[in-house]
Design a protein around this ligand. Structure first.
Ligand SMILES: Nc1ncnc2c1ncn2[C@@H]1O[C@H](COP(=O)(O)OP(=O)(O)OP(=O)(O)O)[C@@H](O)[C@H]1O
Length: 647
């Protein structure tokens, strides 16, 4: 790893995480609501305790057991005391007790967990043993003994509760710190000469922050329950001092004759616990999002491109000016741009390119399956008048599976290992065909026959681990066919299979296409597969389409030097010494695309004008359209000028 890469890796995630968690939490309505409720409860209790409408201890037997009124907003209790005033003052002491428990737990657990996970070795062993010991101690017995010893002093009791509770948090922080210590940027920090303490504070602490906050909100709800329970049992502030637990106890004793009293007392505890729980959930969700490569950033859409030419009714899928970007720790990175391609009914289009050229990203963008940190930032993918890139959630119903289906590279990933093949296929059939179990069983057998499985009933009874890779791919194709799609997106469907099985699967796809008339978008890096299966080819290089043409024209003589180089590297075109040819040089990564032609640095025909400005797609002889101004075949008129010339 170079020093620059190490430095970037070491600093970026810590910077990204800082200060944005609160914004992430407040960005959700659940986070805002829970935060606002807690703020109101805490402020009301802390401030209200000093400005209560009535003396919380003042009795007025003539006004006992009153329901809410203008004078007593929350009514009065059995001795005529104002419930609101008692709730406010009782709340202050309850919240302070919870705060003590939470603070003690966090202050003890955080350094110990960090030290154990980050330093490891002897330190880890000692801390882990002590933690095991503390976890074996019966908390309630210790708590009751301490309260007896200190005259029911609830604050001391809650401090001890926090101390005992810290053992669990030490374990959690240790685990998180251990995982964080092994991450690239933390290792890089060490390589750059930061001390262990600096790395722990700067990087590991920022990574475990989320888990600590989630655990703390959970523990606060438990502490509130324990504090309430102890007061309920009379183990806390002695009467007539108000506490939430004591008030619940009093309300419980008259719940049948005066049920109202339970509403404000139980209600405020329930609301506080609920708000703490929701806040914990939101923090967990926010930190889970952040743990993806995005560093919490997301990518915004910049624009759309008009629909496909309505004059061509044969076009099922029309991708226009598609641009996809990912939010990474180093910022937003565009990985494919200005992609145009059409798939017509009944044809097979090959999407070809070296590893990392963007084939899978294009396929996933069409299916709305981009990872969370990725998004279509410009352009559109039109499916018979609908822009797929604008669909969300339920909008995909009736499209994915029933119009467009996916067959992935690794068929076993599409299959649930815990469920029989027949059950999995049957479930899909019932969803698509809305039929009962019996009819679904018949269709499952039909589907397995359709993918040329010899004993369908027997295969349907098997689990995924009981079938071969080739059979698993047939089953995955059968699953894709369950919704009778008009387009099958096959993302390297034969790459994981051996050569004989590859040929069988390709034959199967061809036979299915002839039988059903569906179109296929075949993602591959294998020219043999293109030659066998495709009518048209789209070649991608470093995120851009460099050539589109009929397969026959490409094999007869491609227009783009990259297509030529890629064809020359096919396994069936070995060098004179028998070795496999490779394209000299490397593909530029998405964050280092050059100005002008992305292939120029590796291109034998490159001239000065190739690197001056963005290269448009140019119509060439035959069906060829290539992003090249010095093509291998004669040029015609420029087309597809959606590219900004300045890039
Ligand atoms: N989640 C992601 N975050 C950041 N970058 C990503 C992500 N997924 C893909 N990329 C980048 O997008 C680019 C295109 O990747 P893609 O997987 O589409 O390549 P490909 O042509 O399908 O390669 P392969 O044949 O190896 O599957 C690559 O540079 C890849 O690193």
């Amino acid at each position: 790893m170079s020093a620059t890469v190490a430095a970037t890796a070491a600093t970026a995630p810590a910077t990204a995480a800082r200060g944005s968690l609160l914004r992430g939490v407040l960005a959700t309505w659940r986070g805002r609501t829970a935060g606002a409720v807690l703020l109101v409860v805490v402020l009301a209790c802390l401030v209200g305790a000093f400005v209560t409408p009535y003396d919380p201890l003042a009795q007025d037997l003539a006004a006992a057991r009153q329901t809410p009124s203008g004078a007593h907003w929350l009514g009065t209790d059995l001795l005529g005391r104002d419930v609101l005033s008692r709730l406010l003052q009782g709340g202050a002491s309850s919240l302070v007790a919870v705060l003590v428990a939470v603070l003690v737990r966090t202050v003890v657990a955080l350094p110990l967990g960090l030290a154990a996970g980050h330093l490891g070795g002897r330190v880890d062993q000692v801390i882990t043993r002590v933690v095991d010991l503390v976890m074996a101690v019966p908390t309630i017995v210790i708590l009751l003994s301490v309260l007896t010893l200190f005259g029911n002093d609830l604050l001391i009791g809650m401090a001890v509760f926090g101390l005992l509770g810290s053992a669990g948090l030490v374990r959690i922080v240790r685990g998180a710190a251990l995982a964080a210590s092994q991450e690239l940027h933390v290792t890089a920090g060490r390589l750059m000469g930061l001390s262990r303490r600096q790395v722990a504070v700067r990087h590991v602490l920022s990574r475990v922050r989320g888990v600590v906050i989630v655990q703390t909100t959970l523990f606060a709800t438990i502490a509130l329950g324990v504090q309430t329970g102890l007061s309920f049992l009379g183990l806390g502030a002695p009467p007539p001092e108000p506490t939430w637990g004591g008030m619940v106890g009093e309300a419980a004793s008259v719940v049948q004759s005066y049920p109202w009293l339970m509403v404000p007392t139980g209600g405020v505890i329930a609301i506080t616990v609920l708000a703490l729980g929701v806040l914990g959930d939101v923090v967990r969700d926010t930190t889970a999002d952040r743990s993806s490569a995005s560093g919490g950033r997301s990518v915004r859409r910049r624009g759309r491109v008009p629909a496909a030419d309505p004059g061509d009714p044969d076009v099922l899928l029309a991708v226009r000016g598609l641009e996809v970007a990912f939010a990474t720790a180093a910022g937003e990175v565009t990985v494919v741009r200005d992609v145009d391609l059409d798939v017509r009914a009944g044809e097979t289009v090959g999407l070809v390119g070296e590893s990392g050229s963007g084939k899978s990203v294009v396929a996933k963008a069409v299916l709305g399956l981009l990872p969370r940190n990725g998004a279509v930032v410009a352009g559109s993918a039109w499916w018979r008048g609908t822009d797929l890139t604008g669909l969300r959630g339920r909008g995909w119903r009736g499209v994915r599976g029933s119009q467009i289906a996916l067959v992935a590279q690794d068929p076993l990933r599409a299959l649930d290992p815990t469920s029989r093949i027949g059950a999995q296929l049957g479930e899909l059939v019932r969803v698509h065909d809305r039929v009962g179990r019996r009819a679904a069983r018949v269709r499952v057998v039909e589907l397995l026959e359709q993918v040329q499985v010899i004993d369908p009933a027997e295969v349907a009874r098997r689990y995924p681990h009981e079938i071969s890779g080739g059979m698993a791919q047939r089953v995955a194709i059968a699953m894709a066919l369950a919704g009778r799609p008009r387009l099958l997106v096959a993302d390297e469907p034969t790459t994981a299979l051996d050569v004989t099985v590859q040929a069988e699967v390709l034959d199967l796809l061809r036979a299915l296409q002839a039988e059903t008339g569906m179109a296929i978008l075949l993602v591959t890096h294998d020219w043999g597969v293109v030659a066998d299966a495709c009518e048209r080819v789209v070649v991608l290089y470093a995120g851009e389409v460099v050539e589109r043409a009929d397969a026959a024209d490409v094999f007869a003589g491609p227009g783009h030097p990259y297509t030529r180089a890629l064809l020359d590297c096919s396994p069936d075109q070995p060098a004179p010494d028998g070795t496999l040819r490779t394209v000299p040089g490397t593909v530029p990564p998405p964050d280092a695309w050059p100005t002008g032609c992305h292939f120029a640095a590796r291109c034998p025909r490159a001239q000065d004008d190739c690197t001056q400005e963005g290269i448009p797609m140019v119509e060439l002889a035959g069906s060829r359209v290539a992003r090249c101004i010095h093509p291998l075949v004669p040029a015609g008129q420029p087309v597809g000028l959606t590219l900004e010339r300045s890039r």
